[in-house]
Design a protein around this ligand. Sequence first.
Ligand code: ADE
Length: 377
Amino acid sequence: MYRPSPYEGLQTLFAEGKNLSDKERLAFSYGPLLSWYREHKRALPWRENKDAYRIWISEIMLQQTRVEAVKPYFFRFMEHFPTVEALANAPDEELLKCWEGLGYYSRARNLKKAAGVIMEQHGGKLPASKEELLALPGIGSYTAGAIASIAYEIAAPAVDGNVLRVLSRVTGSYDDILKQSTKKKMENLVSEVIKSGEAGDFNQALIEIGAIVCVPNGAPLCDSCPFYTVCAAREKGLIDEIPVKTPKKKRRIEEKTVLLLQYGEKIAIRKRSAEGLLASLYEFVNVPGKLGEDEVEAMFEKPVTMEPLPDAKHIFSHVEWHMGGYLVSVSEVPKALENEGGEPMIFVTWEELREKYPIPAAFIAYKNFLDKLYEEN
Ligand code: ADE
């Protein structure tokens, strides 16, 4: 168990019954927080050096999913696109294939756009200023702060949702952490204490506390926390109340029927429209609504062999897809199932599908089904 030693000056303040300001809470924990981080930080691939390109890519990926899930994506991405130049020249399909399953494909597209700007305007090197980083496509205040501080030791805050949880608890703040104004306030607070030269470790220490101590789900491990002495939420028993998050609007539900159309050894896929959700990615053929077997059969002119597949669900930020599905073997390519706004369907082998065509995670249940089917045969 880690118990911070009494911080300099703190005992006296407590003895005087003085309430600590937010800044004092952070400033008093500055040293213990850095020591804690240097002792407990996880060894992660993007922490091996201070390469701004690696840090940038990892930070964008980490906005999508957990550290453990990011690792294989990170390694693969670095193999395919080891430099800003390689990324700027990335063929779209190869780029999206590397991003397959991570979601929010616009982030991958913005990476490539930003790489182009870095080549043209910054000689292929990520700029060493928060303002210039902020001007790049797909880079917001958090990412700019993370790159500036971790790669270049610039004293800029990097406040994401996890850091907001930590800081709200430490300061005992009831501000809604989903509000932009709360984020700004916490960024200002960090700006007051962060120092250039140690900025990268300071921000990463806050990130690390959010990941492994003041955890997102479940009880925080306060006994192991360097903020133990100064944390207002711990002191006042407010851990269950803070952070405050107003519930989001309900998501729209869309029902769909996914058809895994088999024609001989091949399977039908089609490219989605260039606009909107999952733009330009490939998908299995699907139609609106949850259809019964009779309704699916009626869509084809010739008799088909079909097998129902398990239901699946995918949650996007504003929509939920509730899907049913069928494996349908056709003896003739059907015409009626072409894609509105997208490209006509094509039939590809399983190997081609796996290697070349980015299929978004929304269809993972059906892709896994095919994986098993083709592995067994
Ligand atoms: N989450 C966001 N940024 C991170 C980082 N640099 N290391 C670990 N987890 C993170």
